[in-house]
Design a protein around this ligand. Sequence first.
Ligand code: NAP
Length: 322
Amino acid sequence: MSGWLVTGAAGQLGSDVVDVLHAYGEEVAAYDRKSLDITDRVMVRATMRMVEPSIVVNCAAYTAVDDAEANEDSALEINAHGPAILGEESARTGARLIHVSTDYVFAGDAETPYDEKTRPAPRTAYGRTKAAGEQAVLTSGADAYVVRTAWLYGQVGGNFVKTIAHLAQTRETVSVVDDQIGAPTWTLHLARALVALGIADVAPGIWHCTNAGEASWYVFARAIFAELGLDPARVLSTTSDEFIRPAPRPGSGGTSSSRAGTASSPCAASKSSRCRAGRASSSSTGSSVGRSRGPTSRASRRGSAPSSSPGSRRAGPSSTCG
Ligand SMILES: NC(=O)c1ccc[n+]([C@@H]2O[C@H](COP(=O)([O-])OP(=O)(O)OC[C@H]3O[C@@H](n4cnc5c(N)ncnc54)[C@H](OP(=O)(O)O)[C@@H]3O)[C@@H](O)[C@H]2O)c1
């Protein structure tokens, strides 16, 4: 057994995990949804048998938070049933499983950040399905690591940064909610932390991992305007009451890590992040069908169109901000 298997490899986070592994010279088998549907047990088993990974990173998910309210069964299939299969197959083959989850498993109304010991209490369909996925991998018998993160933005796919950048070009002012607080997290940083966790000598279990600091979506949007050399005063403050979404957004709380600062934590001691962006060692040899060493084709990845309507003057978290 050797190397890494990455699911959801064409997604925002998955593509960065693959890029980080390539940069570190790791042997990586990267699968997008078409080449490996995680809800297909036969496909998962055959792929695991062929690749024989020592580490599986599950970046595949149903991330359309609002759509999940009307399609909870579909979300459950991908966010819980698929991870259960990956967990069972990882347990059977002895692979370590890193599974990515979300702060939506919490109610989002706490005064203080949620740490790893807090019991999930999701308020949305998306959150319920992600919480079910966590349980499935944690009870699968696999060497399973559940990594909860939040407010992702990266180069691939749609996200809040791209939405705001687009609205900045098409609107004079943009109203953004100021009463939802979170930790905007760069997917490249999270990807490095996931890779560090993959090789760390630490116990399985739940890990909270975001970039350090916090902001409201409004503050974040102003920072994006400033970064683009535009006037942040064009961003106007609004509230969640003015911007009703099918799925209620977590207002506050965010996540903290009770592991941060512990010597055994790969997420400890980072200057820029609550997660340590560690450097993986290289141990790859050989290659076979389905394995790749070159960068994943950008052309095969999702487009970078903003996920909210350009006609909208208000921007909350984008619909994929799960
Ligand atoms: N985005 C955020 O702000 C955020 C915040 C907290 C946690 N998370 C978590 O972080 C992880 C990565 O999120 P992301 O932002 O990278 O999401 P993303 O860009 O939507 O990527 C998810 C990928 O999973 C694929 N996928 C969907 N169903 C699949 C299936 N049955 N089998 C295999 N692949 C499947 C999707 O393919 P298609 O596009 O073809 O459907 C997509 O490429 C997820 O677990 C998510 O819950 C995200």
